[in-house]
Design a protein around this ligand. Sequence first.
Ligand code: C2E
Ligand code: CA
Ligand code: CA
Length: 675
Amino acid sequence: MNQEKTNMVVDETLVNLSPFPSFVLNRDGQVIIWNDLSKRYFGYEMEDFLITPSAIKTGLLSSLSTEAYQNILLGKESLLFEKAQLLTKVDTMIDSTIITSNVTINNEPATLVTCILENSYTRMDDSMQGLKDLMNGLYSSYMVVTVDAEGLIINCNPNFLAISHWTPKRVLGKTFWQLFPDNESNMKVTDTIWKTINSGQIWEGEVEKITKDGSPYWVYLTAIPTYSPATKNYEFVLFEKDITNERKMKHQLEKIAYIDPETGLMNAHRLEQVVNDMIEEKRHFSFVYISIDKYYTIKELHNSQREDNLITEFTKRMKIYFQDSEMARINEHEFVVITPLGEWFTQGFLTYLKQNPIYSGNVAVPISISGGITRSPQDQSTFPHLMKASLATIANVREAGGDNIVSLSNATHKAINRKSIIEKRLLLALDQQNLKVFYQPQVDIHTGKFLAVEALVRWEDDEIGVVKPEELIPIAEETGLINNIGSFVIEEACKQAVKWHKAGLDLKVTINLSVREFRDKNMAKSILSTLESTNCPANLIQIEITEKFALEAEAETSIIKQMRQLEEEGIVFILDDFGTGYASFRYMQLLPIETLKIDQTFIHSLLQSEKTQRLIHGMVQFGKSMNLNVLAEGVETKEQQKLLQEYGCDAIQGYLISKPVSEKIITQLALNSIK
Ligand code: C2E
Ligand code: CA
Ligand code: CA
């Protein structure tokens, strides 16, 4: 995307006009403009930066993180750092707000850095040239007001009169408090100042004041208590610097920093503030999230020139249609509109877009959008939740083909509710041991002998009824409760394996583990300690991991290490859902896998399609060539079994043999299978 085009063009003169220490960095971090105020406040000269390209990073900006520094150089967006610490040439730290914006200089992209110093108005020259000179200097550049111990104004200088519009005659004898606006927040500040100086301390900071005619202005005030030999009493001298313009400028800059340069819309940071403010003010609004469908495809089909045009044209239509609403650009092709307008109006934007197509040359670009409406406070009442709900809604819209704007539907609402109920009840179930484990046999395809059983978790809750693993496991993974389910199933499986072993049944027990469980660095350890506490030999336990798991584990050495450790103890790993992941078999070399389990979707269509038959045949051959056992899951018919047997498959699991059943039934079935 060509963002540089819309950048502000700057040159040295312009940067020197800035009322703040400002400088410009090129993309390599080289300082290419260094204004006079920067020299004055930071002490460095241009030459100081010529030594190495990163001199600014090791010097002035040394307290910024490398990441922050890189982002400044990248200049992708305008950034605002509050309370940054700047290192001067003489090794002192200055507090400053830093604002960066992307600019163009000599046709090259660069970053303009503006430093708004916290205390820049009180810095005095180091070289003291006599008290008199100093006083004269202060009198000519500051507004100076002296008040007596009672708070009555006894003296002031022309600078003060010029800005405050008072005449000397009128102002003398007025009180200290009359210089400030008399609203509640100001009264508090005025009180603090008065108390501070009366306790003999200096007060300094930014305050709002009013002129004689009541118009506000801002000053940086330093209020100093002194003793007057003439009156033999305390006096207070107020030095003030007018900072009204700087404040205005700062606000303007802040606004620039929060705006997406390409579209002029707010950026996500600003949106968050605006939304937080609205929530605080208890306002009702709809949070409309809009995402351009198939944006990257459209982008591919058009050259970059047109793609720029696409976003500006799209934004134009949004601005016209939603007029007075607040709008933000969240990323390249996603937007948020904050509007009090109703659902039907918002949905009308779809029609509006069709009636006002965006042209690329003479062709209308077919643009459709997916949108989600979330109301606040009815549906969600925090910014992160509004975003989360919107993304969920958009994902649903996308799945249904896009080109639609829908409200956080009742269905979604119910789903969210059900999810939170499940979370709560699951905690209880774990606590009261209400979960159960069923077992499904994995049998030798030739002899029908039971080789192992797969442990599958079952949960029937008194209140919400049966919760299927498909629903339970993802929720448990999201909430972290999967670890609790995992330890429960492992313990049950171990106890059961021991029972069967003692009963003379040669049955292994297979458990399912998710990648999330293995992220726990102590997973292997806790499995081994369960084996120990239940007296279960490790070779009775097998672990199924999915192909998706394998792909993720490939990149995480700690997972691989743990798997190896378990393998060394005698635990066997089975690759579940084989064929559903990506076609990369690197993990085969890395992970200690002993058995491939062909996913049931392939088995289900085995008889319908010759292509699937060739595919499955290939999978079996692949497994065999890798010296692995091959197991097929979801086998429901004799025909399926027969074909699999022909292909050379070793074992099967599925309704043909048995559904997942209780441990008692397994014992019966297993005994029968030996007879
Ligand atoms: P999975 O590991 O692929 O388990 C096989 C699923 O297929 C089981 O569903 C099983 O009941 C079902 N199935 C087996 N044979 C047939 C068949 O012939 N026809 C049909 N139509 N289905 C068959 P279930 O028990 O509902 O489990 C669903 C998924 O939940 C499992 O898929 C597994 O990924 C997960 N899961 C279950 N228990 C646990 C557990 O304790 N821990 C973890 N992490 N995941 C579990
Ligand atoms: Ca499984
Ligand atoms: Ca499976």
